[in-house]
Design a protein around this ligand. Structure first.
Ligand SMILES: Cc1cc2nc3c(=O)[nH]c(=O)nc-3n(C[C@H](O)[C@H](O)[C@H](O)COP(=O)(O)OP(=O)(O)OC[C@H]3O[C@@H](n4cnc5c(N)ncnc54)[C@H](O)[C@@H]3O)c2cc1C
Length: 310
């Protein structure tokens, strides 16, 4: 099946791009594997229009319905290969479906690394967080436990000291902490516990109340932050197309158009460098879509396709 644009990833950036492209009445397909940062976030609270927060799954569902109502096609599957053949892109999925596209948008995001501790997932976004820019505010003056590893967790604990002075850092993996961060933690009187965690404790579903260590010690807390490092930037598909990436695997894009180093391939959201936030992913998705639209219109006229916007 041929499309004017195939969007790989139906999270925040991909869905916003799909809505924008749907409003130009382009022939668009979103292929989404169904698990991303926006599926594990229980509540976004820094977003205009949602002062009481909105969950990632809910926002995705609203967005997908909006895109589909505009004629965008949607497939739940994982893209395993993208190739360029005779000036067109060929996208292959895990279910062995093949789709052809004039333009491609990578909106595949990032996935956080964390241990599968009991109750951790149910608290994510609601009472346990990953990003101080998004949710530092949520721990203001609250007894906060940072669950992490080595320097990454230590740095998070130091960063959060701007919001609360009641912080304990649990270095779950007991990875080394550099001397500079050790000194900062000591200056800020942040207790460091180097013990593995057995489970996250909840007062109710999604309501973080502390942790239980493998040695049986219980540490109570009102909020949690995770910072294990080693998050996966989902850009491996881009390497086959020889798209320019940073050392940390984020895709490089033109700041104005969001096009990658390969013509007719765009990227938006967390997979790009760098601010990993919902509203930024939305903005980048919309911005990329505007430039994808221009390319599709040029492609149509070069191919004698006289369709205009309906
Ligand atoms: C716990 C948590 C809390 C957060 N809280 C906030 C907050 O309060 N405020 C805020 O602004 N931001 C927050 N964020 C960050 C925010 O969720 C991300 O910035 C946002 O989801 C990025 O959108 P995205 O579309 O780039 O990626 P995602 O939302 O991760 O979507 C990427 C999509 O691509 C799909 N995909 C990946 N690879 C493939 C493939 N090969 N084939 C098909 N599909 C694929 C995935 O299945 C996924 O659905 C939080 C993140 C987490 C994890």
């Amino acid at each position: 099946m041929d499309y004017e644009c195939v969007i790989i990833g139906g999270g925040i950036a991909g869905t916003q791009a799909a809505i924008q492209l749907g409003r130009y009445a382009h022939n668009v397909l979103v292929i989404d594997a169904g698990v991303g940062r926006s599926t594990i976030c229980g509540s976004y609270r820094n977003v205009l229009g949602w002062p009481d927060g909105i969950s990632g799954p809910k926002l995705r569902e609203i967005g997908r319905k909006q895109a589909q109502s505009l004629g965008v096609s949607w497939v739940t599957d994982e893209v395993v290969e993208v190739d360029c053949q005779d000036g067109q892109f060929v996208v292959r999925t895990k279910e062995r479906e093949l789709f052809k596209a004039v333009t491609i948008l990578f909106a595949t995001g990032v996935m956080d690394r964390f241990p599968e501790l009991p109750n951790l997932r149910s608290c994510l976004g609601s009472t346990m967080y990953v990003c101080p820019d998004c949710d530092g505010y949520e721990v203001k003056n609250k007894r906060t436990i940072v669950l992490g590893s080595g320097d990454t967790g230590a740095y998070m604990a130091v960063t959060l000291s701007g919001w609360t002075d009641k912080i304990i850092y649990v270095n779950h993996e007991q990875a080394p902490i550099c001397s500079e961060l050790h000194s900062r933690l000591a200056e800020l009187r942040i207790e460091v516990v180097a013990e593995p965690i057995e489970q996250v404790l909840c007062a109710a579903e999604g309501m973080f109340s502390g942790i239980c260590l493998a040695n049986g010690r219980v540490i109570t807390g009102e909020r949690g932050f995770i910072a294990f490092g080693g998050n996966e930037v989902r850009s491996s598909l881009a390497s086959r197309l020889k798209i320019e990436r940073l050392e940390n695997k984020h895709i490089m894009v033109d700041p104005r158009t969001k096009m990658t180093s390969v013509p007719n391939v765009w990227a938006a959201g967390d997979v790009c460098a760098h601010a990993e936030q919902l509203t930024i992913a939305m903005g980048e998705g919309a911005q990329a879509a505007i430039w994808i639209h221009k390319t599709i219109m040029n492609w149509r006229s070069a191919n004698g396709d006289t369709r205009h916007l309906h």
